[in-house]
Design a protein around this ligand. Structure first.
Ligand code: DX5
Ligand code: ZN
Length: 217
């Protein structure tokens, strides 16, 4: 599977999101990663469904929405209606509702992703893999861009890849998010990641095209 780059607009210029999304599209990105934070699940507040809805009108890129919120069950419909293509939520948020939320996303015709924070082991989500389109392994504590990559999360990539193989889901997207640059990207893709989120590395670069290309081996 070709490696998919999903630039995170958390590090873009919030006053110029349309311009910055067009820049990453010109650089060859097919997805754009949108970090939704509620100030409760994570200690930061970013953007909500109205912004996703506005971005839907100005780009055809796949909207890869990462919900870092405490009550995904309550808000998932808003993000479906806003035109998200992929909706990823956190296992830690409402673990008992995980399958319900996956089903709601999938029955709306969207792709469903499930994410785990650095301290959550991969095995707790193994049973959901048959129902999922994507697993997102956080390689920093969620909440902020520009943090240092946590190498001890890397083994979870191969755990998830093995669980996917065991249930015949070779097309599962295995995404990593946090501290991704040209060096850590290779560490992750060699372990089996096929979707890389990068915020500060891409938007902090003076050559966005070169930055996007450098993440693909
Ligand atoms: C962090 C977010 C990330 C963030 C990554 O909680 O989920 O998507 O934008 O930023 P970098 O690539 O700068 O680590
Ligand atoms: Zn993210």
């Amino acid at each position: 599977m070709e490696t998919i780059i999903s630039p995170s607009i958390l590090s873009a210029d919030f006053a110029n999101l349309e311009r910055d999304i067009k820049l990453v599209a010109q650089a060859g990105a097919k997805w754009v990663h949108i970090d939704v934070m509620d100030g409760h699940f994570v200690p930061n507040i970013t953007i909500g469904a109205p912004v996703v809805s506005s971005l839907r009108k100005v780009t055809d890129l796949i909207l890869d929405v990462h919900l870092m919120i405490s009550d995904p069950k309550k808000y998932v419909k808003d993000f479906i209606d806003a035109g998200s293509d992929i909706i990823t939520f956190h296992y830690e948020a409402q673990s008992e509702l995980t399958l319900d939320i996956i089903n709601e996303i999938k029955s709306a015709g969207k792709l469903a992703g499930l994410s785990i924070k650095p301290k959550t082991p991969a095995n707790v989500i193994e049973k959901f893999i048959p129902y999922l389109d994507m697993v997102l392994i956080m390689t920093v504590e969620p909440g902020f861009g520009g943090q240092k990559f946590m190498h001890d999360c890397v083994s979870k990539i191969s755990d998830i890849k093995e669980y996917a193989r065991l249930c015949g889901k070779d097309d599962l997207y295995i995404q990593v998010d946090g501290g991704i640059n040209d060096v850590t990207a290779k560490v992750c893709t060699r372990m089996g990641a096929n979707s890389l989120v990068a915020g500060s590395y891409i938007f902090g670069s003076s050559d966005i095209t070169q930055a996007v290309c450098s993440l693909i081996e």
